[in-house]
Ligand binder design. Structure first.
Ligand code: GDP
Ligand code: MN
Length: 388
């Protein structure tokens, strides 16, 4: 799960990570009022779940409250386009108004899980404010890394090595070490999958703080963080993904036109591969789960078919815990309610497969049976391309 910069900064503040003073606004008048309270120059920042906002016109500096109001007027409601947003952009609903910083240096700091080493890695670089993937590709020596011990965590000497790597000295070094340790404490306590500060800044008057903040949380740990679940902004998520998560379905929308309805993540991956081999493009990844109920099948079917880019549906199931007759029950119920007209190709094996196929054959549904996965994928792709 992702959160907005202003929400991330509130958490940072709670854990003692230095951030600029500021507040959120959803109207230009509020932005003006916040700027008045802060005094001096301010920066108005679009709050969307995507980076690169600076280049997309989502970050504006203002000299006075009237300027902050004008900036907020421009940013609020805009469809912000950055390299990280969908092509049409994301609508901006809130802005963060902060005291502007006189920046001396822009640094980079992040922490995430290194699956290869089975532990957390903390990364620091003096090349802040830019695309870190570029830095990693072109000048990897500019990134300093420290891997933490799972039982010990980040030690003081590691935090100091990172701060040295950032080129900090004297009082800034002390601020840097404290900030790195505080951020790591937050990262662990809140089960983050990523904490990224880009840029971490050193100001002209010698202060070190997080100018930007990005926190991602491990969805599998959200059950123990009710306070984080409340920060979720469903506006920022694909509506079909939101709908699917309500029913406990593992659904990810993709760019193709062959809707895939599959049980089991491994089979879902294999199905996407085989659709591609057959010359098509999957419209989604969907794992209804091993023990899906007819209701879940019905919801999954509704979600796939409400995606306008879907031109054919390929059902590929192995009836283990999910019996094929229960799958059939769900599909038939969904089609009755939805009045579905899309072509559907079915490949099913496993428990009660004969009964399930019989129920589907007798349902009056325009269903094409497949002999195996390859055959099913070829038939579904042909339908999607209008060749059948
Ligand atoms: P992002 O583009 O979405 O990652 O947004 P950031 O919060 O990282 O801001 C992008 C860039 O805007 C930073 O790297 C800074 O160069 C600039 N910026 C943001 N806030 C300020 C500020 O208060 N003062 C100055 N001078 N520049 C700022
Ligand atoms: Mn940034």
């Amino acid at each position: 799960m992702k959160v907005h910069e202003y929400q991330a900064k509130a958490l940072l503040r709670e854990f003692g990570v230095a951030v600029p003073k500021g507040d959120v606004a959803d109207t230009p008048a509020q932005a003006k009022e916040i700027a008045q309270r802060l005094g001096g120059r301010t920066v108005v920042k679009a709050q969307v779940h995507a980076g690169g906002r600076g280049k997309g016109g989502g970050i504006k500096l203002a000299d006075d409250p009237a300027g902050a109001e004008a900036a907020a007027k421009q940013i609020l409601g805009m469809m912000l386009k950055t390299p990280q947003t969908p092509p049409e952009g994301i609508k901006v609903r809130t802005v963060l108004v902060e005291e502007a910083s006189a920046i001396d240096r822009e640094l980079y700091l992040s922490m995430t899980l290194d699956r290869g080493r089975s532990t957390h890695v903390v990364m620091a670089s003096q090349a802040g404010g830019m695309d870190i993937e570029d830095v990693a590709a072109k000048t990897p020596e500019k990134i300093v890394r420290e891997w933490t011990h799972p039982a010990i965590g980040l030690t003081d000497f590691q935090a100091r090595r990172l701060a040295f790597g950032l080129g900090l000295a004297g009082d800034q070094f002390r601020q840097g070490v404290a900030l790195i340790k505080a951020l790591f404490a937050l990262y662990l306590a809140k089960d983050c999958s990523l904490a990224e500060i880009n840029p971490l800044v050193v100001t002209k008057d010698g202060r070190v703080f997080a100018l930007d903040a990005k926190l991602n949380f491990d969805d599998n740990a959200l059950f123990r963080h009710k306070e984080l679940v409340e920060l979720r902004d469903v506006h920022e998520e694909d509506p079909l993904d939101v709908e699917a998560s309500k029913y406990g379905l593992n659904y990810i929308k993709l760019d193709g036109n062959v809707g895939c309805m599959v049980n089991g993540a491994g089979l879902a991956m294999a199905t996407m591969d085989i659709v591609k081999i057959a010359g098509g493009e999957p419209a989604n990844f969907l794992d209804v789960g091993g023990g899906a109920s007819p209701e879940q099948i019905e919801n999954a079917f509704r979600i796939i078919s409400s995606d306008p880019s879907v031109k054919a549906i390929f059902i590929n199931v192995f009836g283990g815990i999910l019996r094929v007759d229960r799958l059939a029950e769900g599909i038939i119920a969904a089609v009755r309610k939805l009045g579905l007209t899309l072509p559907v190709v079915l490949r099913a094996e496993g428990t009660n497969v004969e009964l399930g196929k019989k129920m589907l054959a007798e349902s009056g549904l325009a269903l094409t049976m497949a002999d195996d996965m390859g055959d099913g994928a070829r038939k579904a792709v042909a339908f999607a391309k209008g060749q059948k």
